[in-house]
Design a protein around this ligand. Structure first.
Ligand SMILES: Cc1ncc(COP(=O)(O)O)c(C=O)c1O
Length: 207
C-alpha cells in the first residue's frame, strides 16, 4: 500500500518505495502494490505508485474502478501475466458484464475529466485549510486521501459523530485521527463547507 489507509493515512516516502523496487530487483523478487484504496486517481496520479516513479510487477485495484459498482482487478507485467492462464483466477462474480461496463464508463470518465489532476489540486487546497484548524497535530494526505490527527484532547470518533450530526460523513481511525475520502469531483467550495463543519465540531468538543 503506497499510502496506509486503515493504518492512519501514512504515505510511504519516496526513499521507501524506490528502495522496495531496488530491493526486489536485486533479489529477484516481485513487487506487488495494493492500489485498492489508492488507485484510479485518488492520490493525484492515476495510480499512487506513479507518484514515486516506479513500476510494480502486479497491481491490485477495486473501489474507484467501479465507481460504486462491485468490481476488482489485477494487472501484471507481460512477463508475470504469462503465469495466468484462462480460468486459473476465476471468482464467483468475476467478469460480470454489468460491472465491467460500469468500470469501463468510470475509467473513461476519470481519465477524460482528469480527476487525478482535480484530486491533486483540491487535495492540496483542502489540507492547507485543515492544517489551520485548532487542535490539529498533523494533516497527512496524498491527493484526496486525507487524514487529520488531533491532539490528545480531541477524539476521532467524537469528531466523526459530531460531523454526522451536522450532515457530514467522515470516518475515524485510531484514537485521534479522522480519515476523509471525498468524491473525486469535489470542489474547493465544497471543501470550505467541510472545513467549517469540522471546525464547528471541534469547538463543540473543547473542554
Ligand atoms: C488497501 C486495501 N486493500 C485491500 C482491501 C480489500 O479489498 P476488497 O474488499 O475488494 O477485497 C481494502 C478494503 O478496504 C483496502 O483498503
Amino acid at each position: 500500500e503506497p499510502v496506509q489507509g486503515e493504518g492512519g493515512v501514512h504515505p510511504a516516502t519516496m526513499e521507501f518505495m524506490q528502495g522496495l523496487r531496488t530491493f526486489c530487483d536485486e533479489n529477484d523478487m516481485l513487487l506487488l502494490i495494493d492500489e485498492v484504496q489508492t488507485g484510479w486517481c485518488r492520490t493525484g496520479a492515476v495510480m499512487s505508485y506513479m507518484n514515486y516513479g516506479i513500476k510494480p510487477d502486479i497491481v491490485s485495484m477495486a473501489k474507484a474502478l467501479g465507481g460504486g459498482m462491485p468490481i476488482g482487478a489485477i494487472c501484471a507485467t507481460a512477463e508475470v501475466a504469462k503465469a495466468f492462464t484462462t480460468g486459473s483466477h476465476g471468482t464467483t462474480f468475476g467478469g460480470h458484464p454489468v460491472s465491467c461496463a460500469a468500470a469501463l464508463a468510470e475509467v473513461n470518465e476519470l481519465l477524460d475529466r482528469d480527476l487525478a489532476g482535480n484530486a491533486k489540486k483540491v487535495g492540496d487546497y483542502f489540507t492547507a485549510k485543515l492544517e489551520k484548524l485548532p487542535h490539529v497535530k498533523e494533516v497527512r494526505h496524498q491527493g484526496l486521501l486525507v487524514g487529520v490527527e488531533f491532539d490528545d484532547t480531541i477524539g476521532g470518533v467524537d469528531v466523526k459523530h459530531g460531523c454526522l450530526d451536522r450532515h457530514l460523513l467522515i470516518t475515524a481511525i485510531g484514537a485521534h485521527i479522522i480519515r476523509m475520502i471525498p468524491p473525486l469531483i469535489v470542489t474547493e467550495e465544497e471543501c470550505d463547507k467541510v472545513v467549517a463543519i469540522i471546525e464547528d465540531t471541534i469547538k463543540s468538543l473543547e473542554k
